[in-house]
Each structure stands twice: as C-alpha cells, then as structure tokens.
Design a protein around this ligand. Structure first.
Ligand code: NAD
Length: 248
C-alpha cells in the first residue's frame, strides 16, 4: 500500500478518469480528482472507495494553475503522480472548424496540460522521491481520423510533449509516459460513436479483439506506467486499443 502517496487526476469524475481514480485509490493513494462540475465530482467521490479529494477546477483557467498546484502541495505535502486525463473532443468537417473551435480544443488538451505539468514538475523536483506523469493520448495521435482536426492536432502535440518531457526530466528522476486508448466505452466515445453507426462499425471492424475497451483496461495500463513496476520505462506511448492500430 502507498498510504502516503498522492495522485492528481484531471477530469476524474467520469469515464476513463474515474476508473483511473478508482484504481489508484484501491492501491492506497490519496486520490485528488479535478473537474468542472461539483455535482459530478461529488457523485464520483461517492463511488470511489478510500481517500478521495475533489477539487472543482477548470483546466482552462490556465493563469490559476500555479496557485492551484501550490495549494495542493501545501495541503497534502507531495504530488507523486500526475495523470493528465481531462480532455475534450469535437467532431466537425474540416472546413467548418473555426479558429475559436481549434484554439479551444488546443487550450484544454494541450496548453493546460503543459502548464499543469510544468507546475507539478516544480513540486516533484522539491521531493526526494520525485514522481512521474502519465498523459492520456489517443489513436488520433497515431493515424488520420476524419472530422477531428483539432483533437488530432492536440493529441499529436501531447505525444511530442511526452517525448520532449521524458528526455529532459528523466535524468532528474521524473518519468513521463502516455497511454493511447483505442475505442473505449465512455460518455465521450458514446457521443462520437453512437450518433455515427458507420464510424462505430469501422472502429470495431478494424479492432482484432472485436469489442470496445472498458475504462478499467486503460486504468490498469496507467497504473502500471505510474508504478515502480515500470521503473525503467519512460517516453513511451502505450496503446490500449484491442489491436486497433494494427488492425486490417
Ligand atoms: P469523458 O468526457 O467521460 O471525460 C473527460 C473528462 O475531462 C470529463 O470529466 C470532463 O469533465 C473533463 N474535462 C473536460 N474539459 C475539462 C476542463 N476544461 N477542465 C476540467 N475538466 C475537464 O471522456 P473520456 O472518454 O473518459 O476521456 C478521458 C480522456 O481519454 C480524454 O483525454 C480523451 O481524449 C481520452 N480518450 C478517450 C477515448 C475513448 O474512447 N473514450 C479514446 C482515446 C482517448
């Protein structure tokens, strides 16, 4: 059990983030989840066993991130693991995407993650045990998916950030990795797939395991990368996709 360890999970009140929170909490971590909606955060806290802390914080409040991270550090004494899970998707034909649409997706899925990671790394560098970071990427960073231009740009940037952060921070004792989920059953994917049966069939037909993944499948991979079991792993993007990326 890691009674004293602290994990910070963004967007932890639903879908993949909630499953990650349950996984870490089960292992004895003090599990801090962020989200925008207080009711959803309270509902999540009610289904996560163990020591869970909710923080209402919108990742788009980028200027407030340093203060937010410091307040967590003051209150809990360390941040051992950061999971950059919060993300938004937008499905729109390429020519209809406005500059505002594009910037908004990049802001939440890339800029906020950069700013939060930077502030958390400052904290980790003050800790003797350092820490590690896992970003949640996507198949959209692996190959071309139509009608998700902003999301694809953001997730591809995140994979570049994973590599750049890993090479710079690993010598200082901070590992940085990513998990790239395939098609996982969550509210986000339901929105994208249930309204588009053709896309859903296509996703499933090229997934050798012939089913959508479950949130726990992603949570297990994230926990593995954050744990000492992965102590010599840094800079990877681990696909959790039922073989989707190599499917024919
Ligand atoms: P979800 O919509 O259930 O969860 C996303 C979470 O992020 C929500 O709790 C949401 O409130 C939060 N969030 C969004 N914007 C935020 C903001 N500005 N501030 C704070 N919180 C914010 O979706 P999910 O499927 O669980 O997605 C989780 C992550 O997994 C995302 O990064 C997503 O891109 C990625 N992903 C999901 C799939 C899939 O098939 N579901 C596939 C690949 C990648």
């Amino acid at each position: 059990m890691n009674q004293s360890k602290v994990v910070l999970i963004t967007g932890g009140s639903s879908g993949i983030g909630l499953a990650i929170a349950q996984r870490f909490s089960h292992e004895g971590y003090t599990t801090i989840i962020t989200g925008r909606n207080l009711d959803k955060l309270n509902d999540a806290a009610a289904v996560i066993a163990g020591k869970v802390v909710i923080k209402q914080f919108d990742m788009d409040w980028i200027d407030q991130i340093p203060e937010f991270v410091q307040s967590i550090y003051q209150e809990y004494g360390s941040i051992d693991v950061l999971i950059n899970n919060a993300g938004i998707n937008q499905k729109k034909p390429f020519v209809e995407v406005t500059n505002e649409d594009f910037e908004s997706i990049i802001k939440t899925n890339t800029t906020a993650i950069f700013a939060l990671s930077r502030e958390v790394v400052k904290v980790m560098l003050q800790q003797e045990s350092r820490g590690n970071i896992v970003h949640i990427s996507s198949m959209a960073a692996k190959y071309g998916i139509p009608k998700v231009i902003s999301y694809s740009a953001a997730k591809t940037a995140l994979e570049g950030m994973t590599r750049a952060m890993a090479v710079e921070l690993s010598p200082m004792g901070i590992r940085v990795n990513a998990v790239a989920p395939g098609f996982i059953r969550t509210p986000m994917s339901a929105k994208a797939l249930d309204s588009d049966p053709e896309r859903k069939n296509k996703a499933l037909s090229r997934t050798p395991m012939e089913k959508l993944g479950e949130t726990i499948d992603v949570a297990n991979a994230v926990y593995f990368l954050a744990s000492d079991q992965a102590s010599y792993i840094t800079g990877v993007s681990l696909r959790v996709d039922g073989g989707n990326a190599i499917g024919f």
